[in-house]
Structure formats: structure tokens, C-alpha cells
Write a protein that binds this ligand. Structure first.
Ligand SMILES: C[S@@+](CC[C@H](N)C(=O)[O-])C[C@H]1O[C@@H](n2cnc3c(N)ncnc32)[C@H](O)[C@@H]1O
Length: 230
């Protein structure tokens, strides 16, 4: 990889450090190898920042979820990392991941295959708010953890929270919802953070912990955790 032409070079190096990616020491060889290739591959930009992903998989190791749902697979970086932790947990779990773009989903499937995690991940194609998608993901519900890293749009995020937490609901009581990019600034949309703030104002019985993830990405992403009432 040519350092001069690669605007992500320093970030890629950070991803290789155990102190930044707290999960690295726990990866088995196949997952570690797949991750290294992904970090230095062309599809690396846009994946969950290492601080947020470290925190998320730490919760996966501590709470040992049996069923987990991800909205926004992209090229599968977070999918593969989460799946590796779920597969190696004392109480192994499975991950359902939703992505509308076929090209991204194929890429993610390949990464998950390389890591030897195909049996841990169920891929679903479509938008998180599609009725067809909701019907499919409902088959594996209730989820212990839902990770939302999808459209990043204000209205869409509100709709996801309404659908997955209230209307169906697809999360179990006491389950955790993680949201990436709560401080990401978008040009034409208030984004995820204001949507969650608004949603929590409407549902004060849900606990919300917004976190800053100042770190290696050019723009701070931010990470939010919602705990559903028991
Ligand atoms: C930031 S990327 C996800 C990154 C991924 N979680 C990772 O860390 O590697 C956002 C993804 O969400 C997808 N997306 C956009 N709207 C969506 C929706 N309504 N439901 C599910 N996925 C959506 C996009 O196509 C894109 O692949």
C-alpha cells in the first residue's frame, strides 16, 4: 500500500494496535488474518471506529448475548468482529445483519467466510424499515443486543427506534441498543444524535448513555447506548 496516496494509512496502523482495538488479542487466527486483510483493503473506510467497536464487543463478551442484530452491514468489518466474539463466547450467540446493498452484502459474506464465521451470521438484504425485513428478523427475535449503524438520517433513526424497540418490539426487556455516529455532523440532516435525543425525550423510561469517541477518524463519530426497561 502506498503511504503517500493512502489518506487512511495512519488510521489503518491504529487498527493494528492492541491498545486501540481491545478485541485484537482475542481473535482466533482466521479472524485475525481476515481482519488484517480488511484493514489494509480498499473497503476499510466507513467501518465502525475502533473505540466504539471495542466497547461494543466488550459488552458482547460480558453480557454473552444469544441473539444479536446489526442494522447496516456495509463491507462486514463490524459484522465479522462481533461474530468472532459471539462465536468464542462461553455461551455462543448468533448475529443477524441487515444491508440493502447487494454489492456490500456480498463483500461482507466473503469476509465472514474467510474468518470461518459463516454459521454464526445470518445475512438479510433490504432496508431496516422494510416490512419484509422486519418479518424476517422477527423470526430470530427477541434480540439481546441491537447495533444500529445504518442510514444515519434523523427520520430514519427515529423510525428504527420506534419499530425495533416499541412497535414490534424486537429487543428483549433489559436489552441494549448501541448506536454509532451520534455526533457525526451531516450536511443536510440533523443526524443520529438529535434523533436519539428526541426519541429519549419521548421515552424517558429508557436509559441513554451518549459517549464521545474522539480518536483516529477525521470526524468524531460518537457512540450511544440505550438500555431498555426490564
Ligand atoms: C457506516 S456503514 C456500516 C458500517 C458497518 N457497521 C461496519 O462497521 O463495518 C452504513 C451501512 O448502512 C447501510 N444502510 C443504509 N440505510 C440502511 C437501512 N435503512 N437499513 C440497513 N442498512 C442501511 C448502508 O448501505 C451502509 O452499508
Amino acid at each position: 500500500m502506498d503511504k503517500q496516496q493512502d489518506e487512511y494509512f495512519e488510521m489503518r496502523l491504529e487498527y493494528m494496535k492492541d491498545r486501540m482495538c481491545l478485541y485484537r488479542p482475542f481473535l482466533r487466527p482466521a479472524a485475525a488474518e481476515a481482519m488484517n486483510a480488511a484493514v489494509f483493503g480498499k473497503n476499510f473506510a466507513g467501518s465502525t471506529d475502533p473505540s466504539a467497536l471495542s466497547l461494543l464487543v466488550m459488552f458482547c463478551a460480558i453480557t454473552q448475548p444469544i441473539r444479536m442484530l446489526e442494522l447496516g452491514t456495509f463491507h462486514g468489518f463490524s459484522t465479522m468482529t462481533i461474530a468472532e466474539i459471539l462465536a468464542t463466547n462461553k455461551r455462543p450467540g448468533t448475529l443477524v445483519t441487515v444491508e440493502p446493498m447487494q454489492e456490500y452484502q456480498e463483500c461482507a459474506k466473503e469476509l465472514v467466510f474467510q474468518a470461518g464465521l459463516t454459521s454464526t451470521v445470518q445475512f438479510v438484504r433490504g432496508f431496516s424499515t422494510d416490512e419484509a425485513v422486519l418479518s424476517v428478523v422477527e423470526e430470530w427475535a427477541p434480540y439481546d443486543i441491537i447495533y444500529i449503524d445504518s442510514s444515519h438520517q434523523f427520520a430514519q433513526t427515529l423510525e428504527e427506534l420506534d419499530l425495533y424497540l416499541i412497535a414490534r418490539p424486537l429487543i428483549r426487556p433489559g436489552g441494549l441498543v448501541f448506536l454509532h455516529d451520534i455526533t457525526l455532523e451531516l450536511e443536510n440532516d440533523p443526524g443520529v444524535g438529535p434523533a436519539v435525543d428526541e426519541w429519549i425525550r419521548r421515552h424517558p423510561e429508557y436509559h441513554y448513555l451518549p459517549l464521545s469517541t474522539k480518536g483516529i477518524w477525521p470526524q468524531e463519530a460518537g457512540f450511544g447506548i440505550i438500555q431498555t426497561p426490564v
